[in-house]
Design a protein around this ligand. Structure first.
Ligand code: FUB
Ligand code: ZN
Length: 659
């Protein structure tokens, strides 16, 4: 039970509700029939969510103003990505760049599609239409579409499972669906479906074997199934997943490494994470999607074991994963060095995508907690505040020589950020038969259907700086309002229409408010944002004797530029933390800290390397002392060994899945 009290601060953010353009695009397809694991809720798609948020709106704007233009410039002018399509369409010329560069074009189109919902732009839409025409012209008569093979090795198509033909096809499909949903235009969708038909003619139970070396197509096929209701797409995704673990993997001229490609055992038998991090995340997304539509896959058991393994043994406090530079992947459990951390931005995006699906399936806030951790730390650090510089690698410590770049030879991260940031609307709300779920606290309006009712809810918040949220019903609703209780919330108060109400929190950490909601009803909640001192699992040898700091969903770091005595920063039970609003770095709550006579400043990790180049660290020497929780408002010092953030392995043995 939770204590209800009146709300101390009521926030107001002006907004303009944008009527989703894409609702019109969805009706021509049949209804799908789901037979798999019942979802706790289904996401409300970005087309039905209008964002107006002090933290996120500037990021969406920067994505439109800077990130998308950077991607367009790189794709059209600085690299030959668009020219590859032109040449493949003309049937002559050489391919330039890496063999999977087509995927960056598709990810940029997907990003534009999401962005058009909040930042309509006729010129940009026209440019995308032109790109799509060029892509369509590169499609071969048999439906095949990959500029590298068409221009360089037409006779060697489908001979090397590492060569990303299905990966690129998957990204094309995701872009096509997003663009169709955002604009109602189906040219790219039809091109993608022809390419999928081409694949399905060649591969499948009655055709050749194929193990996609880089997963992606599986989740994209499930999106296509969800859009069209055509079961064959789902079946193909399922078949591709089932191809793994039987020794079918092969490459041209090199030895296939099943560990790296998550191809050691059939996927339902996976228990421990291995190999390339981004591939693993996309694989798990595909497994979750298929499990939610097909009965008896056995995937949920595997996904639960994998989730436990990843989050308790292989995840950084920033929600980043994949420590190893060489493999871009996982190491042995608890091998989590800070300076040498790889933590590819795409892998953190993958964590968001996977944990979102797990939450949809299980309705358990622990998945949204990890999603939020990766989102606000691992993903956001991948882009600078202006939106025009990117990190590929996100270490937790730097000597001042690691900096964001405008682009990379392998540009998977910039293009992934370009599509991910504006898709944030997908992760906020969910609906089930009789409930509206609020999973992330982001200022927004949602218009959706709960059961047979049209529901409109407005959310106002100052997250991630303050844990206060105000929800206003703009329409009536009969049913539950389910509000996620974040793991970092150190006490929560809620009131409805200014009055205390008896509340329940379910076993998965959602507050359940049941009543007949009327237009104008207001729910106000306040989540206490304490400063947590975090100790790592003692197995993490790199963090022995160190502590890190978190407030709300944000992990904090120290940068040399703010701290003359950077090298001597340490923490103890005597350290005082004062959260203070500061206009620097786009507006943040910094932590002004005092430790004996020393003082130092911590900033959110995502904001580092946005000023002059200086060193940075997330973990600090701990000089000890008895740790006594205090409760004095903003300067609360609460000691946690990550048990609230569920990062360290403190789960009682009885609750751990057997591995
Ligand atoms: O191989 C395609 C992408 O490039 C991967 O997801 C990233 O890790 C990078 O290797
Ligand atoms: Zn990447």
């Amino acid at each position: 039970m939770i204590r209800i009290s009146s709300f101390s601060k009521i926030l107001f953010v002006a907004f303009l509700f944008v009527v989703p353009q894409a609702a019109r695009a969805e009706s021509q397809f049949a209804d799908k029939r789901s037979e798999g694991q019942q979802k706790a809720f289904s996401q409300v798609p970005f087309t039905q969510v209008s964002i107006h948020d002090r933290f996120w709106s500037p990021r969406l704007e920067n994505n439109a103003l800077h990130t998308i233009p950077v991607c367009i410039d790189q794709i059209e002018n600085q690299t030959g990505r668009m020219q590859n399509f032109e040449r493949a369409g003309a049937g002559c010329g050489k391919h330039s760049g890496i063999f999977f560069d087509d995927s960056d074009v598709y990810k940029a189109i997907e990003g534009v599609a999401y962005s058009l919902m909040t930042n309509p732009d006729a010129q940009l839409e026209q440019k995308m239409d032109e790109w799509i025409a060029k892509i369509a012209s590169a499609q071969q008569p048999d439906g095949y579409l990959n500029t590298y093979f068409t221009l360089e090795k037409p006779a060697e198509r489908w001979t090397d499972m590492d060569k990303h033909e299905m990966y690129c096809g998957g990204h094309m499909l995701e872009a096509a669906i997003a663009y169709y949903q955002a604009t109602g235009k189906d040219t790219l969708l039809n091109v993608s479906r022809r390419f999928i038909d081409h694949m399905m003619l060649r591969f499948g139970p009655a055709g050749e074997h194929w193990v996609p070396g880089h997963e992606e197509i599986e989740l994209a096929l499930c999106k296509l199934y969800n859009l069209t209701g055509e079961r064959r797409y789902l079946d193909f995704a399922h078949w591709l997943l089932e191809e793994r673990g039987h020794g079918y993997g092969k490459m041209a001229g090199r030895k296939w490494n099943p560990k790296y490609y998550q191809d050691i055992v059939p996927v339902r038998e996976l228990q421990h994470i291995t190999g390339h991090a981004v591939r693993a995340m996309y694989l798990f997304c595909g497994m979750a999607d298929v499990a939610s539509n097909v009965e008896g896959t056995g995937y949920m058991k595997a996904l639960n074991s994998l989730w436990y393994d990843v989050t308790h043994r292989h995840m950084y406090v920033t929600g980043g994963i994949g420590v190893a530079y060489r493999s871009e992947g996982f190491s042995v459990p608890y091998d989590l060095p800070n300076k040498e951390a790889y933590c590819e931005t795409c892998a953190s995006i993958g964590m968001v995508l996977w944990n979102h699906r797990m939450n949809e399936l299980c309705g358990d806030a622990k998945y949204a907690d990890v999603l939020e951790r990766s989102l606000y730390n691992g993903v956001l650090s991948g882009i600078n505040l202006a939106g025009d510089r990117f990190f590929y690698v996100n270490p937790l410590e730097s000597d001042g020589t690691h900096h964001r770049q405008e682009w990379y030879g392998c540009a998977c991260c910039p293009s992934n950020v370009c599509r991910f940031i504006p898709s944030i609307g997908n992760y906020i709300y969910g609906t089930s038969r009789n409930a509206l779920w609020v999973n992330l606290y982001v200022g927004s309006d949602v218009k959706c259907r709960v059961g047979r009712q049209d529901v409109w809810l407005e959310q106002e918040t100052r997250m991630p700086w303050e844990g206060s949220v105000r929800l206003t019903f703009k329409s009536g609703m009969r049913g539950q309002l389910r509000l996620r209780v974040p793991a970092w919330s150190d006490g929560m108060t809620v009131c409805v229409n200014g009055r205390d109400v008896e509340l329940e929190v379910d076993e998965h950490n959602y507050v359940v408010l049941k009543r007949r909601w009327r237009k104008g009803d207001v729910v106000e909640m306040k989540m206490q944002q304490s400063v947590f001192i975090i100790a790592a699992d003692p197995h993490v040898k790199n963090n022995v004797g160190l502590r890190s700091i978190q407030r709300g969903p944000l992990v904090y770091c120290a940068e040399g530029i703010d701290n003359a005595a950077y090298d001597s920063i340490s923490l103890s039970s005597e350290t005082k933390f004062l959260p203070e609003e500061d206009a620097m770095l786009g507006g943040i709550v910094k932590l002004s800290c005092t430790e004996k006579e020393k003082s130092f400043t911590l900033i959110p990790y995502y904001a580092w390397d946005n000023r002059e180049a200086t060193p940075m660290r997330v973990w600090f020497p701990w000089t000890g002392g008895e740790l006594k929780p205090k409760s004095d408002g903003w300067s609360t010092l609460k000691v946690e060994i990550m048990k609230k953030s569920r990062w360290i392995d403190v789960t009682p043995k009885s609750q751990q899945p057997s591995l």
